[in-house]
Design a protein around this ligand. Sequence first.
Ligand SMILES: *Cc1c(COP(=O)(O)O)cnc(C)c1O
Length: 403
Amino acid sequence: MTNNDTHDWSTAGFATRAIHAGQDPDAATGAVVPPIYQVSTYKQDGVGNLRGGYEYSRSGNPTRTALEDALAAVEGGERAFAFSSGLAAEDVLLRAVCTPGSHVVMPDDAYGGTYRLIARVHGPWGVEHTPADMCDAGAVAAAVRPGQTRVVWVETPSNPLLGVADIAALAKVAHDAGAILVVDNTFATPALQTPLALGADVVVHSTTKYIGGHSDVVGGAVVVGAGIELPAGAAGPTGTTSVADAVGFYQNAAGAVAGPFDAWLTLRGLKTLDVRMQRHSQNAMEIAQLLAAHPKVTQVIYPGLPEHEQHIVAASQMRAFGGMISFRTGSLDSALQVVDRTKVFTLAESLGGVESLIEHPGKMTHASVAGSALEVPDDLVRVSVGIEDVADLRADLEQALDG
Ligand SMILES: *Cc1c(COP(=O)(O)O)cnc(C)c1O
């Protein structure tokens, strides 16, 4: 062992942690990038005598461990768990914390898949939910049921309406009710916002989006803060009172783990997260200003604009404002025309990749919440601003709006 073979990265800066934490050179070969351990099982040196704790790749795989250690380091958490999708990560967290009769307060503009998971998968198993406006801590305080609410779930910025919730204020509301605060940090990423440092208990991610960053892998993560306990009355599956231990149990017992190649791709993306988020944020700010000045746009929603309703909260808890913008065009027809006419912005669901995407939430990503409290306006267009040359992005949106 020489040089940086085993270094403590916990006090290093964000970009350094993203590149090095969990990713020490390979002990056997010195490979500077964690290898893809494309393997299901491991030789035991005598029954139960495991090398490095590995016995079977659902339970543990070194490439996945590298990703999990890196994710814990960048979010400032105690432990992280990597899954085959963001929804698999969310599902395990809900199973770990809720039991029949539990109650969840969730955003009234949550990601549609999160709403479907809570309402239509966990609902029939007895988990109740109340949608609330997460930008209004008073509304959340009115929605919690002390003793019954186990989880206050927040997305900030939210998808697709880009509401910004005050994480520190909601942590207090959740804790006063005996619940934990879960933050879906997919949009901001730890490069721009670290919820655990603001008082949240758990962070979840769709690593499919910015962390992976190249639209080539689906994945998810749960990151648990230091020493976080299950809400009173929640008995962990193994008798544990630790959220991390309960999540670890369900990750292995339910089995929706990230595969080695997916973990490796996600880790590769994480290394450049810091520079990508800077460029996404710069480009998005320019595009938001262009849209705000355009006569065919009736409203622009971007947390970086001073006119955004929660701009002050965003400025206080985010280091920059990210790459997501939503805007309204006044009618369904004009919204559909705009998303049809762009050439650099690709018409597609998902977000957070290096390439710019455009979509109509009402008919695409959020079609599953039509008719519910979470329905979105039908003239809403959402863009995921990529890291291309901003002049090309501007010209493309201008021609699409001008028709
Ligand atoms: C995409 C997304 C999810 C779901 O993640 P998958 O990886 O698609 O399962 C959850 N939350 C947010 C905010 C998302 O954008």
